[in-house]
Ligand binder design. Sequence first.
Ligand SMILES: Nc1ncnc2c1ncn2[C@@H]1O[C@H](COP(=O)(O)OP(=O)(O)OP(=O)(O)O)[C@@H](O)[C@H]1O
Length: 275
Amino acid sequence: MAKVIALANQKGGVGKTTTAVNLGIGLATEGNRVLLLDADAQGNLTDSLGFHEPDNLPVSLATMLQKCMAEEAYDPEEGILQHHEGVDLMPGNIELSAVEVALVNTMSRETILRGYVDSVKDNYDYILIDCMPSMGMMTINALAAADSVIIPVQAHYLPAKGMTQLLQTVARVRRQINKKLVVEGVLLTMVDSRTNFAKDISFVLRRDYGDKLRVFQTEIPLSIRAAETSARGKSIYSHDPNGQVAKAYVSLTREVQGIGSERRQTRQHKADHSR
Ligand SMILES: Nc1ncnc2c1ncn2[C@@H]1O[C@H](COP(=O)(O)OP(=O)(O)OP(=O)(O)O)[C@@H](O)[C@H]1O
């Protein structure tokens, strides 16, 4: 059964989509079955994977959520697209904006996406959800459906303020809707290591949050090569395999997989001791 990870930050342009693509393809390269869910009405994840007109796709995540809201039967594999680098994609597009509005008046409005995710979970090892840059109903649905959340933070943004709000939302979702939700880690992105400013942000983030949360050891460097990938519909591993960003995403992939096996070992250990 898949581990479900939401990539969330209400701040836009912090690297959520780029991380969904490259962590997702990284995990697939390591032999995992991976589904990427585009839960952002901008459809950037869909576009970044080479499906350049997301609004013209006949079936998208919005279609499936509408069926879930109407309690209609559906084929869970319907609408899933395959990317040539080994990941599956449930595309997202502008119709998600209408779904977000409709959710407000729906019964169990926070758990509609969870219903869909549960129906595809057995087919994958990892499901990554690329969230909208807002704390609206779609993001709450993503947090309600997820086992954990990765918070990408851009290294030239003063992270503390936005992080506090996001962490409060995560805590509220954990208390009220999804007890198992944990913060997988905070990921520093677009780090320009030539500047002291980026080093300061990394230091402050680790100092202020490091004892409460995992701040990933891996930091994603700033690079024009990363910015180019979205337009080309491929991962950084295909576009610039020997570059620093590709190396960083390989390292992030290993950290995320390592956390999975750490947690499995802890659970096993507890189970052995309770026998
Ligand atoms: N490491 C990087 N170095 C340079 N540019 C990057 C890097 N990572 C992402 N970018 C670029 O920064 C922009 C924002 O990244 P991305 O779309 O991944 O952020 P996002 O948080 O998903 O944005 P949104 O909130 O709008 O969905 C994009 O143009 C992307 O190509």
